[in-house]
Structures are given as C-alpha cells and as structure tokens.
Write a protein that binds this ligand. Sequence first.
Ligand code: AMP
Length: 116
Amino acid sequence: MDSNCIFCKINVGEIPGDFVYRDSDTFVIRDIAPKAPVHLLVIPTVHVERIAEFCCEDFSIVSAMFRAAKEAVQIEGIAERGYRLIINQGEEGGQEVPHLHMHVLGGMHLRAMGMG
Ligand code: AMP
C-alpha cells in the first residue's frame, strides 16, 4: 500500500472504484475516462510501479493479471469478440498512474476507430 497512490486507495475503499472483478492478487475496475465502450484496468493489489522494478518472484503478478483479464472479459461479454491489452510503462510509454496496470479495451472495432 502506497498512501499516495490512487489505485491503492481504490483497492482499500478510500476512494470509489467501479469494480468488475476481484481476487486475492488483483482487482479490475472500469476506467474513469473510457476510450472504448469497454475500458477496464487490471491492477495488482501489491504496489509496484513498473515491470523494470520486478524481481524473480514478482513475475507471478503478471500471471495473476492475465488470469484476472480473462475473467473480466468474460464478465463483460467480450471474450469471443476480441479486445486489446495494453500496459503503458514510464513517461515515454504514456504511463500516468505509477502503479502497474493493464488496460483492456473492447466493445468496438478498434482498428476501424483508428486505434492501431
Ligand atoms: P496510464 O496512462 O496507463 O497510467 O493509465 C491510467 C488510467 O487510469 C487512465 O486511463 C485514467 O483514465 C485512469 N484513471 C485515473 N484515475 C482513475 C480513477 N479514479 N478510477 C478509474 N480510472 C482512473
């Protein structure tokens, strides 16, 4: 828990979040400024800023994030339609919130909307 971190605060209920899924290692919320009809954030409960900080045991977080993403896309009904997973890292990667998270974008044809 980082007391200055917005995602840590959402995790413990200090500020509200629109939760889609939660397990012992991760939680999934709706992005407050969605870029697509479905825009989720898959967030590890442990506060780690970037992959560059990882030690060997931390890589299990990545596995947990993918497990949570799989559950969340089923809950949202986009598992078969398709979606995009994005992890922004650092300043040039466009990371705004310094707590590791994975975006899940879906619910529309992303390529047709000029998104890749
Ligand atoms: P990134 O640029 O990869 O760090 O993405 C951070 C994301 O967090 C952005 O898409 C924001 O819209 C989103 N965000 C920031 N504050 C909140 C919040 N309180 N609840 C949900 N999403 C948020």
